[in-house]
Design a protein around this ligand. Structure first.
Ligand code: KG4
Ligand code: ZN
Length: 346
């Protein structure tokens, strides 16, 4: 039974995990850097890279120890090679290269977005290709059609902020701290989602792309007006964001052809109100709905190890060369047209 070591270090989570081809997470360790970045209201790349460098090596030793395995027992070492904050990505990828070289185990360079895109298949053995994927995190906001391993068609991206970023900025405006998503969801549960009139940017537009910058500005104005309770602002923001997502998703589903399921992944997929709204979209389109458990939605190394397992199973699998470069940008669908305004989030 093939076992793959996964390494994740592209943002503010340092993680290592061992996953087997029969979908067992044999061991995993994850260290969040939330406390280190909280005073700044967002991730500081230099602080992140240092924290990864300090934590990763002992973490890898710990998961191997937990499982009672040696490096030479592994079928491959899979590391996130981009996209993300380059200092952190380099820490993880260089570590993986060193271990692969020392133990003569194949290296697999994983696109972090592919980790999110395939993670639902780790949790749900019945999930078959092709499926529609809504990928919503702090750095990314995309709708993809997943046709198979390495075969992704991007139908939509954001022209400004990612959805998780919009939650984080709203949290900052409301003084809720970082990361903001869970705090906004908690406060929103006590507010009225229709109390504050907020825009739904791009709702109804022909292309299924996203925009959240105008919504964030409107949240700021609502807060500064002093006319609304924070809970009402949080609830109204969450409702506006979800309305945008369901509208854009419905448009993308019209354009992508038949799929087996609607899948949501990425940190924002942990939001229960969003999940309920997405379930309704799936039902309206006659699709099965699936979302990985919250711990697999936010950044983790099990999804990177699993993507490695999926690559190993391909008939044309070849290990990555040991001089492969870390990539700050790495689109999942290289053929996707650039969208005006979309930068690294595309
Ligand atoms: O996938 P992830 O862990 O890291 C990135 O690749 O970005 O996603 C983190 C993002 C943050 O913006 C966080 O605020 C958001 O996911 N998030 C949430 C919730 N939990 C995490 N957003 C809304 N509701 C939540 N419950
Ligand atoms: Zn992520």
């Amino acid at each position: 039974m093939a076992i793959v070591l996964g390494i994740e270090s592209s943002c503010d989570e340092t993680a290592a995990a061992l996953v087997s081809a029969d979908r067992r997470i044999i061991a995993q360790r994850i260290a969040s850097q939330d406390d280190a970045h909280a005073p700044y209201g967002g991730v500081v790349p230099e602080i992140a890279a240092r924290a990864h460098a300090e934590r990763l090596a002992p973490m890898i030793a710990a998961v191997l120890d937990d499982a009672g395995l040696e490096l030479t027992d592994l079928a491959a070492i899979a590391a996130t090679a981009g996209p993300g904050l380059i200092g952190g990505v380099m820490v993880g990828l260089v570590s993986a290269k060193a271990l692969a070289m020392a133990s003569d185990v194949p290296l697999i360079a994983i696109n972090h977005l592919e980790g999110h895109a395939l993670s639902p298949r780790l949790a749900d053995p019945a999930l078959d290709f092709p499926y529609a994927l809504l990928l919503v995190s702090g750095g990314h906001c995309q709708i993809l059609r997943v046709d198979g391993v390495g075969r992704y068609r991007r139908l939509a991206t954001t022209i400004d902020d990612a959805l998780g970023e919009a939650f984080d900025k709203t949290a900052k405006i409301l003084g809720l701290g970082y990361p903001g998503g869970p705090a906004v969801e908690e406060l929103a549960a006590t507010g009225n989602p229709h109390a504050v009139p907020l825009p739904r940017p791009l709702k109804g537009s022909a292309e299924p792309h996203f925009s959240f910058a105008g919504l964030k500005s409107a949240v700021l104005r609502a807060k500064e007006s002093g006319a609304h309770a924070d809970a009402d602002i949080a609830a109204s923001f969450q409702q506006a964001a979800i309305d945008c997502v369901t509208d854009r998703l419905a448009r993308a589903l019209e354009q992508m052809g038949p799929v087996t399921a609607l899948v949501v992944a990425g940190g924002v997929a942990a939001n229960q109100v969003m999940r309920a709204a997405l379930e309704a979209v799936a039902a309206a389109h006659g699709l099965r709905f699936t979302a990985p458990p919250p711990a697999l939605c936010t950044d983790n190394a099990a999804m990177i190890a699993w993507a490695g397992i999926e690559h190993l199973a391909q008939t044309d699998f070849t290990p990555a060369p040991l001089d492969i470069a870390a990539r700050p940008r790495w689109p999942l669908d290289p053929a996707a047209e650039p969208v005006r305004g979309a930068g690294y989030k595309g």
